[in-house]
Structures are given as C-alpha cells and as structure tokens.
Ligand binder design. Structure first.
Ligand SMILES: Cc1cc2nc3c(=O)[nH]c(=O)nc-3n(C[C@H](O)[C@H](O)[C@H](O)COP(=O)(O)OP(=O)(O)OC[C@H]3O[C@@H](n4cnc5c(N)ncnc54)[C@H](O)[C@@H]3O)c2cc1C
Ligand SMILES: NC(=O)CC(=O)C(=O)O
Length: 346
C-alpha cells in the first residue's frame, strides 16, 4: 500500500502542483552541475524552480582543480558525441569571452607525441599544423618526442566560470542547499525532476561501479615568460590568466587526496626539461583531483518506479570543462521534454 500510495502521492503532487513551476533538483555544484542548472533555466524559459543540492561547492570541487584546457581527454568512447559537445562548448566560451569575462583565452602550443596521433577533434581547433621532421627536431626536448602538432585552443578557468554561472542561477531565482545526499529517497516527493551531476559521487549514490577515479596531481606556478602550452605523453604545462599549471599524472582507481611530494618534484622536473625557463618559476600551490572516468559519459533519462524522472549527466573524465556546455544543453533539453510530457498528461 505504501508503494502505491507513494507513487500515487507523487502523481497527485504533480497534478496538484500543476499551477506551480516544476521543481528541478540538480545534484552537484561542480562545472557540470552549475552549467546544467543554468541551461535548464534558460531552455525552460525560467518557468522552473531550480535547486542545486551539493556536498561541496567551489572552490572545493574537482572542477576547481582543472586547468580548463579545452581538449577531450579521458572522455570515453563516444567520440562523435564528445566532439559535438566540445564544439558547442567552444561556441559558449567565445560568447563568454565576448562579454569581457576574465579567465578565458585562446592559447597556442605544442603536443609532442611518441606515437603519431591526429584526432578528429583537432578540426575544432585553430592554426593546426602537424609538424614535419625538421620542425619536430627543432622542438623535441626528449627522445619520446617523435611527432608533434601545433594548434590553438582555449582555456576556461573553472572557478571563475562556476562563480559566473552561480550568480546567474541565483538571479534567475535558483536556490542552493549544502548537503550530502546519502540516498535519493531523502528527496522524497519534493521535486518533479532530479538531475544527477554528482560526478564520482554517482558510484555510491547511483550504484554505478563503472565510474572510477583517475587521480591527477598538479602544481600551480608563476612564470609569466612562458606563453605557450606544452603537452607530451607524461607531462604538461598549461596556461591560465595568472599562473601555469604543471601536470600531469593519471592514476586509475587511486583515491588518495594527499599531495605526494615526490610526484610533485617529478612533475616539476619533467616540465622543466620540456620548458627550461620553468627553472625560474615560483611555486604557488599543489593540488589533487579525482577525474570521474567512465567508459562513456552517462547523459540519459532514467525512469525508476516511485521516483521522479532522473536525468544523469556525469562521468566526464578529464574533459568536464571541455564538454560542459554541450552536455548542459542536452541535459536541459531532456528536462524540458520531460516537463512538457508531464504537462500533456495533466
Ligand atoms: C588534475 C586535473 C586536471 C584537469 N584538467 C582538465 C582540463 O584542463 N580540461 C577539462 O576539460 N577537464 C579537466 N579535468 C577534468 C574535470 O575537472 C572534470 O571532468 C570535471 O571537474 C567533472 O565535473 P563534475 O561537476 O562532474 O564533478 P565535480 O567537480 O567533482 O562536482 C561533483 C559535485 O557533486 C557533488 N556530490 C557528489 N556526490 C554527492 C552526494 N552524494 N551528495 C551531494 N553532492 C554530491 C560534489 O560535492 C560536487 O559538488 C581535470 C581534472 C583533474 C583532476
Ligand atoms: N583536457 C585536459 O587537458 C585534461 C587535463 O589536463 C587533465 O589533467 O585531466
């Protein structure tokens, strides 16, 4: 009886609240959660009540650790979807830059490779140049640099951007609740749609063991004379407005959040070999993040008996900044379609 009444109550709640704007819970306040919340407000023309519920907020999310380089990395096997999400995100970044926001720029540099790779997503970049033998020889810094590509991409500093999105969400009437959700039963019948943007948290919250941590350690340094990024199989120097980000480890199934000093030293040494000027860099800070890696990004609607519809948007690996807006738009379209379908049944 309880289950039926609960299910009936939920339907009743929906029917009885037909005049109230649909209530949307967005679980997670990383770049995926806040961008999804904002896209939902925009696509549903603000005729929704969006509440972000999260355990941690910026600057204490994985998203805040990211350098925000725009290029797919550990994004799973849906390469065509990832490329389209990247394209839409690049358009978003251009708009964001045109508004005069800080923390986003075009940036050029080198990707030196031991095995030649010219992925399709390079077509989204500018000034792409596959290096010839003499150019490789001129740029090479270590024996593993057998091939190389020069290109221009963008960076989007997550912390600044999350703040930008959050301000807009609040201006649109959004709400924020700081809370760890142990079980979605806790949400009861309070919401009409649940949007899951909990990243690695989905492993427990939605019992998805296919999402696994890929631990990344970085060092933020100041070295203004370095103005190009430099990436190879083991190390990278990426650029933000007022610092460089030196990386980059990728250790699957490693949950350790303590900074490892030996790893930090290896990261610094390896990047100094690629860019000798870095020997004059000032060390600013050390950070760890656990990339939410999954075989594919999970972006889909789930219907569970006795629960509101759940729209999943998690598992972005090393590409959450790169694909955030494409994923946010697709999530918002799923929410809008769900609301319209519900209204048609009233
Ligand atoms: C070192 C490093 C460098 C990176 N560099 C880049 C880069 O240059 N470019 C790029 O595109 N990507 C990069 N990434 C990847 C990017 O950071 C991630 O893909 C992205 O942050 C994932 O965003 P998210 O919002 O899903 O996760 P998160 O930022 O982890 O946010 C998850 C949110 O869900 C909340 N949450 C989880 N479980 C619960 C629960 N049970 N109850 C309530 N709230 C919950 C958390 O509190 C948090 O608010 C990098 C990652 C690392 C680690
Ligand atoms: N997209 C990226 O470049 C990801 C990255 O730098 C990381 O460490 O993850």
């Amino acid at each position: 009886m309880f289950l039926i009444s609960r299910c009936f109550t939920h339907q009743l709640m929906t029917f009885s609240n037909a005049k109230m704007p649909p209530k949307i819970a967005v679980l997670g306040a990383g770049i995926i959660g806040v961008s999804s919340a904002l896209a939902i407000q925009q696509i549903c023309q603000k005729n929704v009540e969006v509440t972000i519920i999260a355990e941690r907020f910026s600057p204490d999310t994985t998203s805040d650790v990211a350098a925000g380089l725009i290029e797919p990395f550990l994004a799973g096997s849906d390469v065509e979807r990832v490329k389209e999400w990247t394209r839409l995100t690049i358009e978003r970044i251009k708009e964001y830059m045109s508004e005069g926001n800080l923390g986003a720029e075009e940036k050029s540099g080198y990707w030196m490779q031991s095995v030649k790779e010219v992925p399709d997503w390079l077509k989204l970049m500018k000034n792409v140049k596959v290096l010839n033998e003499s150019e490789v020889a001129a740029i090479r810094k270590r024996p593993g640099h057998n091939f190389g590509v020069f290109y221009t991409t963008w960076y989007l500093e997550p912390t600044r951007y999350i703040d930008y999105c959050t301000k807009k969400i609040m201006e649109n009437g959004g709400k924020i609740i700081q809370r760890k959700i142990e079980n979605i039963d806790e949400l009861g019948n309070d919401f009409d749609v649940i949007v899951n943007c909990t990243g690695l948290g989905s492993r427990v919250l939605f019992n998805d063991e296919t999402i696994r941590p890929c631990r990344g350690q970085i060092v933020r340094v100041s070295c203004p004379q370095v103005r190009h990024f430099f990436i190879d199989d083991d190390f990278y120097t990426l650029i933000n407005d007022s610092c460089l980000i030196l990386g980059g480890t990728k250790d699957l199934d490693q949950w350790e959040l303590e900074v490892n000093s030996k790893t930090a030293q290896k990261i610094i040494e390896g990047n100094c070999q690629n860019i000798p000027s870095l020997r004059h860099a000032k060390i600013l800070s050390h950070h760890i993040g656990l990339r939410p890696c999954r075989p594919t990004v999970r972006l889909e609607k789930e219907i569970k008996n006795n629960y509101p519809p759940i729209i999943h948007n998690y598992g972005h690996g090393g590409s959450g900044v790169t694909i955030h807006w494409g994923c946010a738009l697709e999530t918002a379209e799923l929410v809008n379609k769900t609301i319209i379908e519900r209204k048609s049944h009233l």
